[in-house]
Unconditional design. Sequence first.
Length: 232
Amino acid sequence: MFKVIIIGDPCCGKTSMLMRAAERRKNETYTMTVGVDCKSRMFRRNGKNVKLQIWDTAGQEKFRTLTTAYYRGTSCCILVFDITNIDSFYNLFHWIDQYSHHCDQPITNIVIAANKIDLEHKRQVSRLEIQKFCESMNCDFVEVSVLQDIGIDDLINRVIDKSLVLQQKVRENDLKEAKGALSSSFNFSKARKEQQPFRLGSAQFQPINGIQGIKPIDFVPERSRKKKKCCA
């Protein structure tokens, strides 16, 4: 299961996006999110079942302290803005900064959702402006209409792909760290091969348990011991 968070300015369609993505239904009325809300859904991507736990966060300033605590542990972030509200576009800088500060994932795991493309006649931010901004920030973007269910599948697929890539990187890093730990620890089989047998009188012995560094007890044959002089 992957944890995904939706962030952005108020009134950009975050809650409606949650409803559309998780429940495949549109939200007819605006209701301000107080704190956070969460829904889960199973998706099918490239022959795999992928479960997303999607968190909707309040955009109001008074809830920021609460909502930023939910950034941690996310595999991907959906950053929503309204193409009919240029201020919500300018505030993308703020949201990216917030996410990078409170989450341990790179900003490349942000997918920017340019919402309300059904209101093209009210557009204040051109597609070219969005594209240039996202290229400068190294983020993906998708133009969507939550109301008309346009671009939502593409958005979710990108979120899933980024989450799977991140999961693979984490597994590879864990494997490297595990291999590094093993290589830095004592190699018993190698130590056994490298050690030479030692002689004790006329007999030959192998090192005890193959543990390097163990030396045989000094042994002096009986015949080589000097006899003590008689005190009589």
